[in-house]
Design a binder for this molecule. Structure first.
Ligand SMILES: NC(=O)c1ccc[n+]([C@@H]2O[C@H](COP(=O)([O-])OP(=O)(O)OC[C@H]3O[C@@H](n4cnc5c(N)ncnc54)[C@H](OP(=O)(O)O)[C@@H]3O)[C@@H](O)[C@H]2O)c1
Length: 258
């Protein structure tokens, strides 16, 4: 099926950065498919004024039967997709002496395994876009936590580090097929996810600022879209230190440090 409009599928569109992205990505002749578990919230966003079309597609990415159904529905209705943004994510913090295996599995399931499975399912839809002469984007929202291993972030950081490696690895192959893989690594952004944090969040951005930076990064050509740069360059710089020096700094922020 030939398309005259472009189509983005935003997964994790119901709150925070994703909700703000529904505005930042909005433009005429553009269809935005919006997924998340909160169907009411998606319907509310779909009903709000926009330049392009917005369609609510409720989905729990950890439910493989739901994924099968929604991917089939997208294929049947649209035939191809020009951009998939995997923004869905969850976070659970824990101290290193109180690791919770259930929580680790929950976080890895949502932030990594469900996304790799769905990536596999959306690839044919992106390849259809290539056949129509476009360069589709496959976008993963990770975190700047992957630049420096911090205490309490063992589950969250590991899930996002796995996602980064996955994205970088498949980039090497998909670039040859015409698919443009991107990694987004935000610093702290004020959202329902971070509203529960009980520690200082330096250089905190609003969800709208974060969404604008993502949208602008996607219009550019850099693989790694990271912000705010004063935080992300600091983390990258610290990560380049010998590990003994790094630990000398990061162990001090452990809650077990007296
Ligand atoms: N906020 C930050 O400081 C920050 C920093 C770095 C990276 N990030 C990343 O940015 C992304 C967005 O986070 P946020 O801060 O905007 O948090 P948020 O407001 O909690 O948004 C998370 C989004 O993911 C969706 N989601 C969660 N589990 C899902 C599931 N099983 N199936 C489908 N959708 C699911 C949520 O929708 P439902 O609950 O309706 O399903 C929601 O739309 C996440 O990947 C997060 O790790 C955030």
């Amino acid at each position: 099926m030939m398309q005259s409009t472009t189509l983005t599928w935003l997964i994790g569109a119901s709150s925070g950065i994703g909700e703000a992205l529904t505005d930042a990505l909005d433009k005429p002749n553009h269809t935005l498919l919006m997924s998340a578990r909160s169907a009411d919230k998606l319907e509310q966003i779909a009903a709000s004024t926009a330049k392009g079309e917005r369609v609510a597609l409720p989905l729990d990415i950890t439910d493989s039967a739901q994924c099968d159904g929604v991917v089939a529905q997208v294929k049947e209705t649209y035939g191809c997709v020009d951009r998939v943004v995997f923004n869905a994510g969850t976070c659970e913090y824990m101290n290193g002496d109180a690791l919770e295996q259930d929580a680790i599995e929950r976080v890895l399931q949502t932030n990594f395994l469900a996304i790799t499975a769905l990536t596999n399912q959306v690839l044919p839809l992106l390849l259809e876009s290539v056949k129509q002469g476009r360069t589709p984007q496959l976008v993963f929202v990770g975190s700047s936590v992957t630049y420096l291993a911090l205490p309490r972030a063992a589950a969250y950081g590991a899930s996002k580090a796995a996602l980064r490696y996955f994205a970088e690895s498949i980039y090497n192959d998909l670039i040859h097929l015409g698919i443009d893989v991107r990694m987004v690594s935000p610093g702290f952004v004020k959202t329902p996810l971070t509203d529960k944090n009980d520690f200082p969040m330096p250089f905190l951005l609003s969800a709208e600022e974060a969404a604008e930076r993502i949208a602008s990064g996607l219009r550019g050509n850099r693989f790694d879209i990271h912000f705010p740069r004063r935080l992300t360059w600091l983390l990258k710089g610290l990560n380049a230190l010998p590990i003994r020096w790094r630990f000398a700094l990061t162990t001090k922020s452990s809650r077990l440090h007296s």
